[in-house]
Structure formats: structure tokens, C-alpha cells
Write a protein that binds this ligand. Sequence first.
Ligand code: PLP
Length: 325
Amino acid sequence: MARPGLVPFVQQNPDRNRKSKADDEYFQIAICSSANADRGAPASFPGGGNKTRKLEFLMAEARDQGAQTLISGGALQSNHCRQTAAAAARFGFKCILVLTGEKPKQPSANLLLDELFGAEIIYVADRNDRDSILQGTFDRAAKEGMKPYLVPYGGSNSTGALGYAFAMKELMAQNLQADWIVFATSSGGTHAGLLLGQRVFRYKGKLMGISVDEPEEWLKHRVSELASTASEKLGKRIQFTPDEVIANANYCSAGYGVLTEQEREAIRLFATCEGLLLDPVYTGRAAAGMIDLIRKGFFNKDETVLFLHTGGQPALFADQYANKI
Ligand SMILES: Cc1ncc(COP(=O)(O)O)c(C=O)c1O
């Protein structure tokens, strides 16, 4: 599948194997910016984020199919939708986003960027109606000759997951010395791609997805199935099983997007000790979970844990978090 020409963006990060200076407690953490999330590297799309890797493949598929309109959906402050809107603007597609929530008087953060990128936004008050409205939007666009391409929620299907299989290739090429890679997981595409990449490119360490909102069993099945179907696109099916997937759902009970004190602490620690921004929904949760696991002695003292930064920083500037962080 031809790629549309995005810059591969786990770039040589001079800090990738550095130990954190944050505190003795955090000695095990190496931080990797998976999406030009930080460290001044030019983002492929403004704000960066893990969906850009998936979109690299999804855009190619949309283009191969002759699509003219990208349609996707998510939360009001969806990082995925913001990156889809940016990709549409960059590659000359029209973009329609179906977002859950009320239209605010003044858009902020990701929603503001969606508008700036020229996306048409359909607001859905009730999340339960989102699937049907998304499908209806797609059908209407098809009928009107807009040649729609449906970008799945979170960019997570077998095509999008390939982005993270190749992220693993880039990490291995950087002589990755990490016993664990820890990251935020939700729709499962990032985790599935990494799992596939782990097998194909022979990463010997372990992967741990910290759930933002989904139960462990759901994630294990979802990730193994996605990784298996994504492998077919590389030429040969590899059958992954749920028991190969390490998904930790111990840190999501507060609910999606509800900032806990531990997440607030993690955001402040990364910012004050490392000059790195986490986001209040995904990476803040994953980092808080990782810090808790380190404190509990889950990782062996001599193990290196790599925190894969999946982006999301624009959400820090959303009105709803203004006085919470
Ligand atoms: C910043 C960030 N990190 C992690 C994730 C989770 O990735 P995935 O949906 O591939 O599991 C998302 C999903 O939207 C995200 O926006």
C-alpha cells in the first residue's frame, strides 16, 4: 500500500535511553515521544499524537479508494478527530466529524482546531446515538456523491494498526533497550500494532497498555483480534491470542476524561521534572498508572520501562480542565 507521504515520526530522539532525573523513584523511566509529541520535533500534524501514525495508512487507503470525504467520530475533545481533520486539510479531503456533546459557545482546544482545519461538525447530545448518526452521515454523503471514507473510531482497524507495527520497527532501529513499553490504550489500535510489530521485528521486552476506559477482557480480545487481522495486510496471518495481551484496567474506574488526583500529580511531575506535557485523558492516566506500579514494586529494579508518549496535549487547553490541572 502506497503511503501518502507523511514523515515517519518516531524520529531519533536524543533522550530516548536517558534515565529520568525526576526522582530516584522514577529511575526506571525512559520517555519516548511516539508522535513528535514533544521535544520540539516538527509535528506531522499540529498537536501531534498517535493517530497520525494510523492515519498515514488510512489516508493511503482512502486515496486508493478514490475517496473525497473523510468521516469519523469521537468525543468532543477527540485527539483522533482533530488529527483526522488536519489530515483531511493536508491531503485535500473534505472532513465531517460526528462528536458527542453540546456545541459550546466558544470552542476550545481540539474542537477549536477541528474548526480551524475546516471540518464540518455534527454534534450528538447522547453518546448512544453516535453510531447511528455516524452511519447516517456516511450514507447521506455517499448518496450525495461525496465519496466518503469512514475513518474508524480512534483510527483503530487493521489498516490503522499497521502504523504502530512500523513504529516498533523504528524503535528497534534505534537500538531500543527497554524491558517494558507502557502506554495508554483505549480503542486498541496502538496496542495491536505494537503487538504485531513486537512479533515481526523481534522486540524481546513486554508491552503494557494501561486502559483509559475499557475493561481488561474486552481489550485483550480486541487487541489480539486486531493484531491478527493487521498481520494479514503484511502478507501472512499471525494468530494472536488474548492471553498474550497485557492490559491493565486498574486505573480507569473514575471514568473517561475524569481527572483523578493521581493523574494530576503525574501531569505535574512530568511537566516540572521533565518539561514534558501529558494530557488529562490518556497519557496522564497511563503515566499515573505506571508511577503507581513503580511505587508498588511491580517492575524489577533493574528493568527499564519506556513510557510511549501518545500525544493528546491540546486537550490540556480544553475549558473543562482549565481549573482542574
Ligand atoms: C493521546 C492518546 N493516547 C492514547 C490513545 C489510545 O490509543 P488507541 O485508541 O489506539 O488505543 C488515544 C486515543 O484516542 C489518544 O488520543
